[in-house]
Design a binder for this molecule. Structure first.
Ligand SMILES: Nc1ncnc2c1ncn2[C@@H]1O[C@H](COP(=O)(O)OP(=O)(O)OP(=O)(O)O)[C@@H](O)[C@H]1O
Ligand SMILES: [Mg+2]
Length: 195
């Protein structure tokens, strides 16, 4: 998945089985809203705060870019976190992220620079900026978001709602842990009783 999609008909916008909350667009409370959402996640999928961090970036974008920090504007959130996957839909009341195509192009160039180890050119692709942005915007959260939400990152046709899915592969992790050989550092030998 190396593009942000635009497809209001994507199955990621299906809200069946998702929980629902709405929040006023109070920028100072983003982390608090995020904690409320993520508190429903099984602890093994939280991955040392990665889930919380990625959820908060989508909330932050909806409040900051979509609702322009207007506390009268509501942010609607549908979500479900299970062992297998994390799903979230964040809908704001803004004009939508109209620069998605431009963003995808920018990201492709950025990835090319990384692939070619062209660090001189990479300087131009550190942060995405459009005429909408001010100097406070970092312009890079969505690069990591695209990597994290490995089941898709898709905007609706109006581009004011984003749906994201992360698929966890614990089965593999479990197998690896099963193979793990505990080591005794004092004797510098495998721990007795394990093989
Ligand atoms: N819900 C949205 N409504 C309108 N524009 C959006 C929305 N979400 C993202 N954008 C646009 O996408 C751009 C990139 O978002 P991204 O999160 O990567 O960076 P940022 O928000 O500018 O800074 P930061 O790295 O601090 O999050 C934003 O600057 C904004 O122009
Ligand atoms: Mg952002």
């Amino acid at each position: 998945m190396n593009e942000i999609e635009v497809n209001g008909a994507s199955p990621l916008f299906n809200t069946d089985g998702l929980q629902y909350r709405e929040f006023p667009s109070d920028f100072t409370k983003i982390r608090y809203y995020t904690l409320i959402l993520v508190s429903s996640a099984p602890s093994r999928i939280k991955e040392t705060n990665l889930l919380e961090q990625q959820v908060s970036e989508l909330i932050k974008n909806g409040i900051a870019h979509g609702n322009k920090r207007d506390p009268r504007k509501i942010l609607k959130v549908w979500y479900n976190f299970s062992h297998k996957s994390a799903r979230i839909i964040v809908e704001d009341q803004g004009a939508g992220f109209q620069g998605i195509e431009e963003w995808n192009k920018f990201n492709r160039r950025r990835l090319e620079c990384l692939r070619d180890q062209n660090f001189e050119k990479l300087v131009n692709y550190i942060s995405f900026r459009s005429h909408e942005n001010d100097e406070k915007d970092g312009g890079n959260a969505l690069f990591a978001a695209l990597e994290y939400w490995n089941g898709g990152l898709v905007f609706n046709d109006k581009k004011n709602a984003v749906a994201a899915k992360k698929i966890f592969s614990h089965a593999d992790a479990g197998d690896k842990l099963g193979d793990f050989q505990p080591w005794d550092i004092d004797s510098d030998r495998p721990v007795p009783g394990h093989q």
